[in-house]
Design a protein around this ligand. Structure first.
Ligand SMILES: Nc1ncnc2c1ncn2[C@@H]1O[C@H](COP(=O)(O)OP(=O)(O)OP(=O)(O)O)[C@@H](O)[C@H]1O
Length: 288
């Protein structure tokens, strides 16, 4: 049974439309959610948990319809959207006291473990925490009630490289028993190269890809060639950049054909994002 199933999610803002967003996350996996600024990651994550009211679409968690079982399912969810910045003058201890009461499965021992692991001091006010500490505290709250599904909006941004690496290791530990899953958005694609099993890629409100990271990378190739090669390839290329020697472009592996004279390599996730963003920019420019 899927831990999370999202189907046909639509949300319209005056200048943005989340269009028919659908994807599935099975238990025991980490899914990275990527896309450019303003592509719709936060809107999607918030729509899943009704923090943003969707126009249409269905979300089920652990096989149950979220809209019909929201109170019960929120117990199985740990989520983090930004830090705890709203409560600047409040002591951490006071916030924990409020959150603790909400969760039937709150585990005080686990909470203390994370507070120690992240070197957090309960007597401090939010305003006394660095931005990285605020994220760590928000994560501690999301992790202390044995949630089956973690929805985390940019949990690694603002953390130093060592803290980020530790957090990615923690993510791996959390999914090890095969019962939990993590969906997290990020712009730091190297984090996903380290730890994600699945990638969901959103561009301008529409899901472009949602599949295993290995399949995703295998389905694209980065090609390099001369201007002469370019003429024959242009229709098949997702986008390309010209340079002094010729061009570099992104292509679907299936569209590569028999071009044995081209330099071909596997793209990084960042390459895929950059070339899709370029395609989107060209589309916008040509539509103006
Ligand atoms: N409450 C709102 N009212 C109107 N428009 C909104 C609202 N919230 C978000 N938007 C718009 O929806 C679009 C998607 O925003 P969203 O925050 O989901 O993007 P994102 O992918 O999370 O971006 P980022 O990577 O910059 O965090 C943006 O154009 C944004 O301006």
């Amino acid at each position: 049974m899927a831990i999370l199933h999202v189907e046909g999610l639509h949300k319209r803002y005056p200048a943005f439309h989340l269009k028919d967003v659908s994807f599935t996350l099975e238990p025991g996996y980490i899914m990275g959610f990527i896309g450019a600024n303003g592509a719709g990651k936060t809107t999607t994550l918030k729509s899943i948990v009704n923090l943003v009211k969707k126009d249409s679409g269905r979300v089920s968690i652990l096989g149950k319809d979220f809209a019909k079982n929201e109170i019960e399912l929120k117990q199985e969810l740990g989520y983090m959207f930004g830090g705890v910045d709203y409560y600047a003058k409040t002591k951490i201890k006071t916030i924990t006291d409020v959150v603790r009461r909400f969760y039937v499965n709150w585990d005080e021992r686990l909470y203390r473990e994370y507070m120690n692991r992240f070197s957090l001091d309960e007597s401090k006010k939010v305003s006394e925490l660095s931005s990285g500490m605020r994220i760590k505290y928000s994560l501690t709250l999301a992790l202390s009630h044995h949630a089956k599904l973690l929805l985390l909006d940019e949990p690694t941004s603002g953390l130093d490289p060592v803290a980020r690496d530790n957090l990615l290791e923690l993510f791996q530990e959390l999914i090890e028993d095969g019962e939990r899953s993590i969906l997290f958005s990020t712009h730091i694609t190297s984090d996903l190269e380290k730890c994600a099993d699945y990638i969901t890629y959103i561009e301008n409100g529409r899901i472009i890809e949602s599949r295993t990271k290995d399949d995703l990378i295998a389905s694209y190739r980065l090609v390099k060639g001369t201007q002469a090669h370019l003429q024959g390839l242009v229709p098949g290329l997702i986008a390309y950049k010209s340079n002094a020697f010729g061009f570099t472009g992104l292509i679907h592996t299936a569209d590569l054909g028999n071009h044995t004279d081209l330099a071909v390599e596997a793209p990084s996730l960042e390459d895929i994002m950059i070339y899709y963003a370029k395609k989107e920019a060209e589309h916008v420019t040509s539509a103006v």
